[in-house]
Design a protein around this ligand. Sequence first.
Ligand code: 5AD
Ligand code: FES
Length: 347
Amino acid sequence: MTKQDIIQWLKEEDEDRLKKLWRQADKVRQENVGDEVHLRGLIEFSNYCIRRCGYCGLTADNKDVQRYRMSADEIIACAHEAVQYDYGTVVLQSGEDYGIKRDWLTNVVRCIKTETPLAVTLSVGERSYDDLKTWKEAGADRYLLRFETANQQLYDYIHPSLPNKISDRFEILRQLRNLGYEVGSGVMLGIPGQTYDSLADDLLLFQHLDLDMIGVGPFIPHPDTRLGKEGIPWEVDDREQVPNTELMTYKAVALTRILRPDANIPSTTALATLNSREGRELGLSRGANIVMPNMTPPEYRLLYEIYPAKACIDETAKQCHLCMKGRIYSIGRDIGVGQGGRVRRAS
Ligand code: 5AD
Ligand code: FES
């Protein structure tokens, strides 16, 4: 698929033609990763964050957030609960929190890996090479770090570097790959200032980066962030601005599947936030093969507000577990067994 083809699909509004795109994505999904939907139990274990991202409600600039860190015992208890629900993976996610010390997280990873059969995915921001290496050696299997947008001007505006360190997520993605992690990345859709041209570049990059996991979800403005309050300080032609809609999300999920047939692609919580009734199911029917049921204990979950009105904010791990199972069976799909890592296909 050329860049022009991608842009044309992203701009497509005709329902019949889009049906073709959904069918093709679903077929590619079926042929390459099968009907199994893998479940990744998401544990949002700290909402402290040192960064000042313009999009995220947990930005250090947001003084109204009540911050928390879960204890190691709480996290490990969640992991055991994931085993009871037959999940193959736990995702340990946090803000970029240097109160999370390297050795502390090493110990948590090691406990989960010795006490359970789970794959462990980390999603804890732009940590040092030595941190990443130590966690890999402790048994961490996968790492998620979205590059958010490959447009440098936009990235620099929405994701300012720390004073003493340039933010280069592509370099970290390379390090992760060299360390032997399965690597996940992705972008937000419809960030103010994101053009069709730039989103097409992002989708093509998924191919070049040979990512194992690719998450794409709509940007949802948070009123306590720079982007939520002010947008961006330069003009973008309305006709070129990518909308942050449900439909755009399906297009991006479907194109991602077609460009990267054997990747693991989640139907994201942000999509479920735009359409709580059937967003997850439609994502799964248009290219996705992963869901990430939230397992964060309810008292903390409320405080992990990266964007407002997040799906599943009032539920318990058990409620999300039952809900997700029902949704998967309702569309005639199976629940994955085992860790659900990337199975490479010869191409
Ligand atoms: N809307 C949608 N997605 C968001 N993320 C952060 N803030 C928002 C928002 N306001 C996504 C980013 C990040 C992931 C953990 O959540 O892509 O990488
Ligand atoms: Fe959480 Fe449906 S998955 S309520």
